[in-house]
Write a protein that binds this ligand. Structure first.
Ligand SMILES: *Cc1c(COP(=O)(O)O)cnc(C)c1O
Length: 379
């Protein structure tokens, strides 16, 4: 079955009680049992809820995995992955990383005795240098946020397998429509469903998808024991969002290309970061592991002045100034003062987050209107 068909049909059946074609929002905490130990597959909604269950099956299908698990946020999903580790274990992570992931690793899990190494990964040698007997997990994000670096998932998976280390990929930016890390050799795929999967900026949710039954059991054990599950209403919203994921992503990609090319040709723009350009340092890897290049773009300004960036960001009419990404509406962010403000300026600039860097989440509006808006703000 192809992607769009799976997105619309996988995991979903007409409601057995009524025939309702849409999975109902099973807003219930518990389930009446036929007798002691005799139930219809559901006992308590922290453990399993039918609306969430349908979404978990659907997500597994679109990521080409066997098991899905949904959480109250993307960070709750990351929390679950790290809880599979023990004190003394070590993790090697990308250095160009979602700020919240960096925060949970360093301010929550380091104090429980888990050690994190942050290395650049566009050259996989940096990973091999850090691997030792305590290494249990490699954590990668590709494309990265906000520099749009691409990491070769297959190459990292080979290193992980050789050293008997788990590989987890944060696939939030690419979505399962553009990239399927399990097919490339990863063990765990993580999503902030808040972004493209939900797609309408109306829900906060996270998800994990795996193939291995042992890993899945461990994830379900932690999901049930720690209890960071999503509610049925949110599961319903994300199920609805996924039905149009392929359509939305097609338009995000089309608009992304138009806007990246417009920016690259604009005299006020210094540099555009978008993996679709043949000049992008990892374009070949992006082309091999992704189906298209997405709607996330970062760019810097000539002269690199903070006030110029802030001016543009506030002058835009259609691009709304906000954290987050992946919704149908276009958003704009300023990493140095928003998402990455917690990173010291010198550190920030080492990875390219200069004062004039602007990040766009290109929506699915009409490209002409988006271009007019950008052109007016830039001029
Ligand atoms: C938003 C985001 C997260 C965190 O997800 P929440 O749903 O906000 O908890 C993790 N990784 C990436 C790449 C994200 O964009």
């Amino acid at each position: 079955m192809k992607f769009g068909t799976k997105a619309i049909h996988s995991g979903l059946e007409p409601d057995p009680a009524t025939g309702a074609i849409m999975t109902p929002i099973y807003q219930t905490s518990t389930y009446v049992q036929d007798g002691v130990g005799k139930n219809k597959g559901y006992e308590y909604s922290r453990t399993l809820n039918p609306t969430r269950h349908a979404l978990e099956k659907n997500l597994a299908a679109i990521e080409n995995g066997k098991f899905g698990a949904c959480f109250g946020s993307g960070l709750a999903a990351i929390d679950c992955v790290i809880k599979m580790l023990n004190p003394g274990d070590e993790v090697i992570s990308t250095n160009d990383l979602y700020g919240g992931s960096y925060r949970i690793f360093t301010t929550i899990f380091e104090k429980y005795g888990i050690k994190f190494h942050f290395v650049p990964m566009h050259n996989t040698k940096t990973i091999e240098e850090k691997i030792n007997d305590n290494t249990k997990l490699i954590w990668i994000e590709t494309p990265t946020n906000p520099m749009m670096n691409i990491i070769d998932v297959k190459a990292v998976a080979t290193i992980a397998k050789k050293n008997n280390v788990l590989l987890a990929v944060d696939n939030t930016f690419a979505t399962p429509y553009l990239q399927n890390p399990l097919d490339l050799g990863a063990d765990i795929v993580m999503h902030s469903a808040t972004k493209y999967l939900g797609g309408h900026s109306d829900v906060v949710m996270g998800a994990l998808v795996v193939n291995d039954e042992k890993i899945a059991k461990e994830i379900y054990r932690i999901q049930n024991s720690s209890g960071a599950v999503c509610g049925p209403q949110d599961a319903f919203l994300v199920l609805r969002g996924i039905k149009t994921l392929h359509l939305r992503m097609q338009r995000h990609c089309e608009n992304g290309k138009i806007i990246a090319e417009f920016l690259a040709a604009h005299p006020k723009v210094e540099k555009v970061y978008w993996p679709g350009f043949t000049s992008h340092p990892n374009h070949t890897v992006a082309k091999a592991q992704m189906r298209d290049f997405g709607g996330m773009i970062s760019f810097s300004l000539k002269g690199n002045k903070l006030e110029d960036a802030l001016n543009i960001v506030t002058k835009l009419q259609l691009f709304a100034l906000a954290e987050s990404l992946g919704g149908v509406e276009s958003l704009i962010g300023h990493p140095a003062t928003m998402t990455h403000a917690a990173i010291p300026k010198v550190e920030r600039e080492k990875i390219g987050i200069v004062d004039s860097l602007i990040r766009l989440s290109v929506g699915v509006e009409d490209a002409d209107d988006l271009l007019t808006d950008l052109n007016n703000a830039l001029n």
